[in-house]
Design a protein around this ligand. Sequence first.
Ligand code: ASP
Length: 352
Amino acid sequence: MIFPDNKKTARGSILLIYTGGTIGMMQDPADLTLKPFNFKQILDAVPELGKFAYKIDSYSFEPVIDSSDIEPSLWQKLAFLIYSQYGKYDGFVILHGTDTMAYSASALSFMLDNLTKPVIFTGSQLPIGVPRTDGRENLISSVEIAAAKDSSGHALVPEVCIYFDDMLMRGNRATKVDSDNFRAFRSENFPLLAEAGISIRYNTGLIRQPDDWDGPVRIHSGLDTRVSILKIHPGITPQVVRNILCGDQTRAVIIETYGSGNAPSKDWFLDIVREASSSGKILLNITQCLGGSVNMDIYSTGKALKNAGVLNGYDSTTESALAKLFCLMGQNEDNAWVRSRIEENLRGEITK
Ligand code: ASP
C-alpha cells in the first residue's frame, strides 16, 4: 500500500513492515484476549502518516504474530526482505511485539553488515485503536527517524534501533524491562542515540557509521541455534549444570553469572565448566545485572572461570549475546573461529 497524497512530492521513501504485536491487536469478543488484526486498520488509525512528505510503502507478514512466536526463520525473512528492497528505500520501520523485540533487533544488527540505512523497530504497550495508545507516537516518530538525513544526504541513524516512548536505543543494547508501563525498554549500558521531545535530538557522536557509505549492505543469513543459557542461582545442582553445559546438542552456552562475572567456586562446578570447555564448547560469561560489565580479573571466583576457558561477554545483554552467537556460529562451523570473534565489538553491542 502506498499513501497516494504524498507520492509525487516525496522527499524520501520508507518501507513499513508489520510483523504483529500489541500495536496491531484487537480484543476478540469471544474470549477477550488480544489478537493481531489487519494492517490496513493500523494505517487507518494513523492518518498522520499521510502528511509526511515521504513515500510510505507497507508490507505485512502473513500471518501476523504475537512476538512470543518469533523464530530465527522470521529473522531470516526480515533480513532478506530488507536486503531485497534495500535500493528502493531510505529507511525501514518494523512493527513488532515488545516481548521479543530486543532479540529481533539484536539479530538483525548482526545479520546486516555495512548498514547505511536505518532499520527501526517499534511497537506499543496499548493497541493502536485504543484512545490512550502509545503506538501512534511510536510509529510516527519511528518513520521520521527512519527518513532523517544529514546535510550530505546520508542517513542520520544507519543502525538497527528500537524506538519506544521517546527514546531511540541501539537495538542490541536494549532490553524489555517493564510489562505495564509505556517506558518498556532500557538501554542501561549505552546512552540513547536520540530523544524525542518537541524535536528529535540526535546524539550524533554516538551513532555508528558504516565501514563504507558507498559499499553494498551484506547479509549473514545463516543462524545456528545450538545455544543454551545457564542462569546461575544459589542452590543450583551439578545435574542441572551438567545437563546444560555438556549437552550433546549445544555448541555454545551463555552463563549468566552474578555481579562482575562471578559463579560458585566449588570444585564440582569448576570441574564441569572445564569439562565442557575442553570438549570444545563455547562458553560465554555475561552478568545477570542490568548494568555493568563482566570482569573476570577482579574476584578469584571470576578468575577461576576465565582459567577454565570461559570467554568474556563484557556488558552484553542476554538478547544480544544469544543473537551474536547464532549469527557467528551460522557463519562458521569452526568453534575456534567463533571464539576468536565473540569477544570483539562487532556492532557496538559491547563496551571494551
Ligand atoms: N505479546 C505481545 C507481543 O510481543 C506484547 C506486545 O506487543 O507488547 O507480541
